[in-house]
Design a protein around this ligand. Structure first.
Ligand code: MSP
Length: 653
């Protein structure tokens, strides 16, 4: 049977500067849908590309001492590298400077001219002589040129116009009859009430003052201006009006044009009118997403508030960044980007919730059953809640993804992850593991956890394509060899992992990212207090690990009472303090990350507890010869001090 078709596009980006996290946001969203549809058996065509003409690029190139073509070639190469890094699975990348595009745009322009939808007239506006630019009333800033701020003169320019006004009624009718054409619905109302109904004016579609563009074929002193050139990419890439238009026949009309909210207007007014004029069907949906904002509003190079996705992807991992972008902000709405929020999501949702669920499950299967997953033998009512949730999540995720509700889809998946972590706390497998007669029950518990992880691995694939194989590999499941239990639809069923599957412990899939000085104490912890199992990231939730510490292990840690003699801030590290402590028979220097909780004055004279036999380490270049003990929860922290006065040097046991 022929596969159903699905055509999705991103906007084509201006290669006037390197792309930022805002552009990455839109492309990652489109990629997630493309991957999801492929997994659901669609024949997907996913298009992205670059919109390379226009005055801005002409100027930028000039400033850089390059030809416009040289200038865009370099930036386009960096954009392609970025999409490779972000695992963007596009099927085609269209550049408006390619012959295949330019030729067809000229044909489209000629056709519209010949049938009377484009006509020549005059365009009246303001001219800035030094900039050689034409401006409209509304583009001026305080009556002056928006680019250079100099005075402008009234002028007329010969231009071609597209007869947009002719399509006004047809557009209103189409939008009203197709409630899914403009999504979210609020944007449809805005288009009709604010733009179309007040009256559409014909739009200027050529310029004589710009050189960097596609020439009007029958009047080459004009270049085709912006929207006819840019919007046509969605059909020129498919070979419309070319010798081979098989892709056009196969994939047009587009199922989804994904665009930022500020260009919804062009995609839902000019573009459909152009298509009507060409006698072509209209796209099924234009989805207008919100903006990623930084302090000072929308990211833009001119505001100097852009965030580089390459740096973030290198630091947190590509999948972590993809997860964050789609989880943090409901798609459609604006949202704020901050690295703190990214780090929190990474550490909490990915390292803790998902990463630990995997490492704990695999470590226990390894420990209790020599790496073998066994079928359930002793079921209990308690299992049903987990299994029911696992069976429901598939439908919910599909529904959310069909509606481009990425954030909600991820929330549903994480409800299952949270439920599985709670199931570990409830079933206490480490207690079952102490008593051989409880092994049938232990097999069931570990099987259920492995199944949840299989389902989660499948469902996160459109969002985090690199993580899925990592999880499946640790579960001992190969996608190639086990298509039945790794296919998308198999996530709707519980209980598919076969008896005897052999897990394979691996590295933590999302290592925690700790800002250097922020958690000096956590860093120090990591140096010596090794997790006895080695593989499970240190996390005080890991009850099953704690029982493995023997009294001999504990005795290796030399804890002593110490008196604080001096405390000082450390320059350039606002969370650290340098203490000199007296251990009874010697003095030590200790660096501790407690500056947010204690002032140096408060500490002097206090008796505290320190790990006296910790290997010295440098924190922010300052040697620390031990570690003090403190209790912390959330943002709170307090030092551990002896309940009664006792001489420094006393051993804590
Ligand atoms: N070239 C036109 C699009 C033509 S489509 C036929 C264009 N290019 S752009 O590079 O300026 O923007 C491309 C897309 O990136 C737009 O959809 C825009 O909304 C999106 N974004 C740019 N900055 C953004 C954020 N800060 N946040 C979210 N999306 C952002 O417009």
């Amino acid at each position: 049977m022929e596969k159903p078709k699905f055509y999705i596009t991103t906007p084509i980006y201006y290669p006037s500067d390197k792309l930022h996290i805002g552009h990455t946001y839109c492309t990652v969203a489109a990629d997630t849908i493309a991957r999801y549809k492929r997994l659901r058996g669609y024949d997907v065509f996913f298009l992205t590309g670059t919109d390379e003409h226009g005055q801005k690029i002409e100027r930028k190139a000039q400033e850089a001492g390059k030809t416009p073509q040289e200038y865009v070639d370099e930036i386009v190469a960096s954009i392609k590298d970025l999409w490779k890094l972000m695992n963007i699975s596009y099927d085609d990348f269209i550049r408006t400077t390619e012959e295949r595009h330019k030729k067809v745009v000229q044909k489209i322009f000629t056709k519209l001219y010949e049938q009377g939808d484009i006509y020549k007239s005059e365009y009246e506006g303001w001219y800035c002589t030094p900039c050689e630019s034409f401006w409209l009333d509304r583009q001026l800033v305080d009556g002056k040129c928006p680019d250079c701020g100099r005075p402008v003169e009234r002028a007329r320019e010969e231009s071609y116009f597209f007869r947009l006004s002719k399509y006004q009624d047809a557009l209103v009718k189409y939008i009203e009859e197709h409630p899914d054409f403009i999504v979210p619905q609020s944007r449809a109302n805005e288009m009709i009430n604010n733009f179309i109904k007040p009256g559409l004016e014909d739009v200027c579609v050529s310029r004589t003052t710009i050189k960097w563009g596609i020439p009007v074929p029958f009047d080459p002193k004009h270049v085709i201006y912006v929207w006819i050139d840019a919007l046509s990419n969605y059909i020129t890439a498919l070979g419309y009006m070319s010798e081979d238009d098989s892709k056009f026949k196969k994939y047009w009309p587009a199922d989804v044009h994904l665009v930022g909210k500020e260009i919804v207007r062009f995609h839902t007014i000019i573009w459909p009118a152009m298509l009507m004029a060409l006698g072509l069907p209209l796209p099924k949906m234009v989805f207008g997403h919100g903006w990623l904002l930084l302090e000072g509003g929308k990211m833009s190079k001119s505001k100097g508030n852009v965030v580089d996705p390459v740096i973030l992807a290198q630091k947190y991992g590509v999948d972590s960044l993809r997860y964050f972008l789609l989880r943090e902000i409901p798609f459609g709405a604006d949202g704020h980007f901050s690295e703190d929020a990214l780090r929190t999501r990474h550490n909490s949702d990915l390292a803790n919730d998902l990463g630990n669920l995997l490492s704990r499950t695999v470590a226990m299967i390894e420990k209790y059953f020599d790496e073998i997953i066994h079928l359930p033998e002793a079921k209990e009512d308690l299992d049903n809640e987990l299994i029911t949730l696992a069976k429901e999540v598939y439908e919910k995720v599909c529904r959310c993804l069909d509606e481009l509700q990425f954030s909600n889809a991820l929330i549903e998946i994480w409800k299952l992850i949270a439920r599985a972590n709670k199931y570990i706390d409830e079933t206490m497998p480490w207690v079952l593991g102490r008593d051989k007669s409880k092994y049938p029950r232990l097999k069931t518990v570990l099987y259920n956890l492995a199944e949840v992880l299989r389902i989660v691995a499948i469902l996160i694939e459109p969002f985090m394509p690199q993580t899925t194989p990592k999880i499946l590999q640790q579960l001992g499941i190969s996608k190639d060899e086990n298509p039945d239990i790794t296919a998308w639809e198999s996530a709707s069923q519980f209980g598919l992992i076969p008896e005897g599957t052999k897990v394979k412990r691996g590295d933590p899939i999302f290592p925690r990212i700790v800002e250097k000085e922020e958690n000096a104490m956590e860093d120090t912890n990591k140096q010596e207090v090794k997790n006895p199992e080695g593989a499970v990231p240190a996390d005080d939730k890991n009850e099953e690990q704690k029982e493995y510490i023997t009294i001999d292990d504990f005795a290796k840690i030399e804890l002593k009472v110490a008196k604080v003699l001096e405390a000082k801030k450390i320059e350039g590290a606002d969370k650290l303090l340098k203490l000199i402590v007296d251990l009874g028979n010697e003095k030590r220097q200790i660096v501790a990350g407690i500056a947010k909780h204690y002032t140096p004055d408060e500490l002097v004279g206090k008796k505290i507890v320190v790990v006296a036999n910790l290997k010295p380490a440098k924190l922010r270049g300052v040697e620390s010869q031990g570690m003090l003990l403190a209790a912390s929860i959330g943002d709170e922290l307090c030092l551990i001090t002896p309940e009664k006065d006792i001489k420094e040097g006393a051993r804590v046991k």
